[in-house]
Design a binder for this molecule. Structure first.
Ligand SMILES: [Zn+2]
Length: 162
C-alpha cells in the first residue's frame, strides 16, 4: 500500500495586504451581508463575484421555512452572474459573514455544495477562480477552487458514459 499526501498552499494575510482589486471585492462581499435573508440561522453571508469584464455580481444567503429551499450566498452570486453573463468567466470570488455580534473573526469557509459549484465554474471556463475568505483576523486567499476540493468530481469523471 502506498500513502498519498495531498498538499495545498493558502495565503493568509490582513485584508490591507491584499491588492486594491481584492480589497474592493472583499468589501463588496461584506456589504452584501446586508442583503442576507437569514431569518432562521441569523448567520448573514455575503459573496461577490468578479467577472473577466470587470463586472461584479453580489449574492447573499436566502433562507426559507422549508429549509432545503434556501440557498447559500456563494451560489446566489455565481448563479446570478452566470444567468446574466454566461459568456464571462469568473476571475475571483469573495465571501464574508457576520452574526448579530458582527463580522466573523476567522475566515468564513464555503460549504461542500458551494465548493462543487465553484469547481464547475473553473471547469466550464477553463480558468482558475481566486477565492478570498474574509475574517477580521485575516483573509484566506486561495488560487484555485481545486485547492478547496481535492480529489474532486468534474465532468471529465463521466467520460466512461456512452
Ligand atoms: Zn454553501
Amino acid at each position: 500500500m502506498k500513502r498519498v499526501k495531498i498538499e495545498i498552499e493558502i495565503d493568509f494575510c490582513p485584508v490591507e495586504e491584499l491588492s486594491e482589486e481584492e480589497q474592493k471585492l472583499v468589501q463588496q462581499s461584506i456589504d452584501a451581508t446586508a442583503n442576507s435573508y437569514a431569518k432562521y440561522s441569523r448567520f448573514y453571508v455575503g459573496a461577490a463575484v468578479l467577472l473577466a469584464n470587470g463586472e461584479v455580481f453580489i449574492g447573499a444567503n436566502q433562507e426559507n421555512a422549508a429549509f432545503p429551499s434556501g440557498l447559500c450566498a456563494e451560489r446566489t452570486a455565481i448563479f446570478a452572474a452566470q444567468a446574466n453573463r454566461p459568456d464571462q468567466p469568473v476571475e475571483m470570488l469573495a465571501i464574508a459573514a457576520r452574526t448579530n455580534k458582527g463580522l466573523l473573526d476567522n475566515p468564513i469557509t464555503p460549504c461542500g455544495s458551494c465548493r462543487q459549484v465553484m469547481l464547475e465554474i473553473e471547469d466550464r471556463y477553463q480558468r482558475p477562480v481566486r477565492i478570498l475568505l474574509y475574517g477580521k483576523q485575516g483573509v484566506y486567499r486561495i488560487k484555485s477552487v481545486k485547492d478547496l476540493l481535492p480529489l474532486s468530481f468534474v465532468d471529465a469523471n463521466m467520460e466512461h458514459r456512452s
